[in-house]
Ligand binder design. Structure first.
Ligand SMILES: O=C(O)c1ccccc1NCC(=O)[C@H](O)[C@H](O)COP(=O)(O)O
Length: 198
């Protein structure tokens, strides 16, 4: 079970994520209570050992700016939320980063992993980072194959059941590992990684 912990903001968050065994860590560069500026993001990326994927998370940021921040911060992958067209993915990919496409599972959504050139697909609630759950029954008949991550309102108490129902390749969490919005709870981070893999 691939585990991504998202919305990290401090060196201590990074250290806990890495020692807990996270496969990927996310840094939000767009407007959010979890936003990190470029200098902070660059510094945190340097704290992450090789083997753990660093992911820059963006929503509503023009592709050229995403690319600039991705290159300057040194993230290994870019996660794009929302209405980005295929051309935006191509533009960001030209910087050499890996790609994660984050979408809500609503009618008409292309849920084929790689449809926009991405390596991983993230199925999330309609409001990213909100902690809202969504109806996993929507996956019936629309379950992607391959590298897709389940996100949206996951936490220590529900990740096991959610994984059993959705059968994702991996999971992603932000709100469920916080003590208050934007503040990571290090105990919950460790417990979440263990619960996701239990
Ligand atoms: O976390 C944010 O504030 C955020 C803002 C803008 C775009 C994306 C954002 N988060 C993306 C994530 O990867 C979250 O981990 C994912 O949406 C799950 O969030 P949650 O339901 O809070 O676990």
């Amino acid at each position: 079970m691939y585990v991504k912990l998202c919305g990290l903001r401090t060196a201590a968050d990074v250290e806990v994520a890495v020692t807990a065994g996270a496969d990927a860590v996310g840094f939000v560069f767009s407007t959010s209570a979890r936003q990190v500026d470029l200098d902070t993001g660059r510094r945190l990326v340097r704290e992450v050992p090789e083997g753990v994927l660093t992911v820059g998370v963006f929503s509503g940021v023009p592709a050229a700016e995403v690319r600039r921040v991705a290159e300057a911060s040194g993230v290994g992958a870019v996660q794009l939320h929302g209405e980005y067209p295929r051309e935006a993915f191509d533009e960001v990919a030209a910087a050499g980063t890996r790609l994660v496409r984050a979408v809500a599972l609503i009618p008409g959504t292309d849920v084929r992993v790689g449809a926009f050139g991405e390596e991983m697909l993230l199925l999330d609630s309609p409001v990213a980072g909100s902690g809202h759950r969504w109806d996993l029954a929507a996956l019936d008949g629309a379950r992607p194959a391959g590298r897709w991550l389940l996100a949206g309102g996951l936490g220590v108490a529900n990740v096991g059941a959610a994984v059993a129902q959705a059968r994702p390749w991996g999971v992603d969490v932000s709100s469920g590992i916080e003590s208050s919005r934007g503040v990571k709870d290090h105990g919950l981070m460790r417990e979440f990684v263990a619960a996701a893999r239990a």
